[in-house]
Design a protein. Structure first.
Length: 408
């Protein structure tokens, strides 16, 4: 049924495209609005009829869900707008902002429910059991489970955070309604009224859900790229390693401008003797393959690397050995050597693990410089500290040994 519904109302063949995400967001929003308004009306009437605070609280939880669906629907339209002069990278981050607004609404509803539930504990009402209310709540659980499955399917297919948050919201709502249903059964079989306590438990679920959604949404807004790295870095690395003449790569940086709007920059090392036309052809090929396979607009920067001068290669090998002794987590790139009249000028970027303090960073740079001078007194090091954005290929190894031998 879910696949049939999506096929009927989502016309785009690629659900991860901007068009597909927009159509999916609209379908999710409209479905959520209709479903939650029906549940709100049914639960509100039931709660008033049986004098149940927890059922009324659950009803207003559904009303907030309908409001969240309205926000999701609006965000789907806004995020799908094309780029313009003021927003050259598009409007995709509106989806993250919408998810954050939904999270705040959920938390606010949870706090309100907790206040009313505490009031019910202090001043218990006269909750009554009714088979009609039992049936309404059971129907609500089934509807919410279907909505959770529906939005989970759309969320996975589109990669939308808003739809994914809506799916989790629906799943937790079914749990919350189940707890409310348990409250009615306790009243039926024991005569005990735990309505207020159940309401508190429901509100805790709602607040926790809102906090989780907010946490997951804030991460991409402040620049966390862990999800992007996991999703794309391996694919990009595979494409780069298939280029036989690429010696090394580093500083793969992913820029998230909203779902389906990802840009990236990457440095590759090529033999310094390579003709500019050939180097450009390799970089251009990588950019096109990455875009074709991932949809990411990649910009490749080319660094010259020495592959023939034995003096440079010996210094590079020595540097790699020193780093391995000091800390195997250290790596380096952009290794450049200039042989002057009275000294050897050596410069490179040292990739520092994130756990290093500023003092430890300074100390390890000093140790590397001292050890290199012991190896060759003419060496003067210029080391620039760098932070690895993604996994680096070890600069002390021949990176080509870790790639496919397919010709470029």
């Amino acid at each position: 049924m879910i696949k049939t519904l999506v096929k009927r109302f989502v016309k785009s063949d690629n659900l991860q495209s901007i068009e597909g995400r927009t159509q999916s967001g609209v379908l999710s929003g409209i479905t959520g609005i209709i479903g939650n308004l029906i549940l709100f009306a049914g639960k509100l009437l039931t709660g008033i009829m049986i004098h149940s605070t927890s059922v009324i609280a659950d009803a207003f939880n559904n009303l907030s869900d309908a409001g969240s669906s309205v926000i999701s629907l609006t965000a789907a339209h806004a995020a799908g707008k094309p780029a313009d002069k003021e927003h050259p990278y598009g409007h995709g981050r509106i989806e993250y902002i919408a998810a954050l607004v939904v999270a705040f609404i959920i938390v606010e509803v949870g706090i309100t429910l907790m206040k009313s539930s505490i009031g019910a504990i202090r001043n218990p009402g006269q909750m009554q059991f009714s088979w009609i209310s039992f049936g309404v709540l059971l129907f609500s659980i089934l509807v919410k489970l279907w909505l959770a499955a529906f939005n989970r399917y759309l969320g996975k297919k589109t990669g939308s955070k808003v739809i994914g948050a809506t799916a989790m919201d629906s799943l937790l709502d079914s749990v919350v309604t189940g707890i409310t249903l348990l409250c009615l059964l306790v009243k039926l079989f024991t005569g005990r009224d735990i309505d207020g306590y159940t309401g508190v438990l429901v509100s805790v679920f709602v607040i926790w859900e809102g906090i989780q959604i907010a946490r997951d949404t804030i991460a991409p807004l402040i620049g966390a790229d862990s999800l992007l790295s996991e999703q794309y870095s391996d694919e990009i690395a595979k494409i780069v390693r298939e280029q036989r003449k690429v010696i090394n790569y580093h500083d793969l940086i992913l820029h998230d401008y909203g779902p389906g709007r990802t840009m990236a920059t990457l440095h590759i090392e090529l033999p310094r003797t390579m003709q500019l036309e050939e180097a450009h052809e390799i970089a251009d090929r990588i950019e096109k393959q990455v875009f074709r396979k991932t949809g990411i607009m990649l910009v490749v920067h080319m660094d010259p690397a020495e592959t023939e001068d034995k003096r440079v290669l010996k210094l590079k090998e020595r540097t790699a050995a020193i780093l391995k002794i000091l800390d195997p987590a250290l790596a380096f790139h952009d290794f450049q050597v200039s042989f002057l009249k009275n000294e050897t000028a050596l410069s490179f970027d040292l990739v520092i693990p994130y756990g290093y303090t500023r003092e430890k960073e300074t100390s390890v740079i000093g140790q590397i410089s001292a050890l290199m001078r012991e190896f060759d007194p003419s060496v003067h090091c210029s080391i620039t500290a760098d932070r690895g954005f993604t996994e680096e290929v070890s600069s002390g190894e021949d990176a080509r040994a870790r790639r496919s031998s397919s010709p470029i």
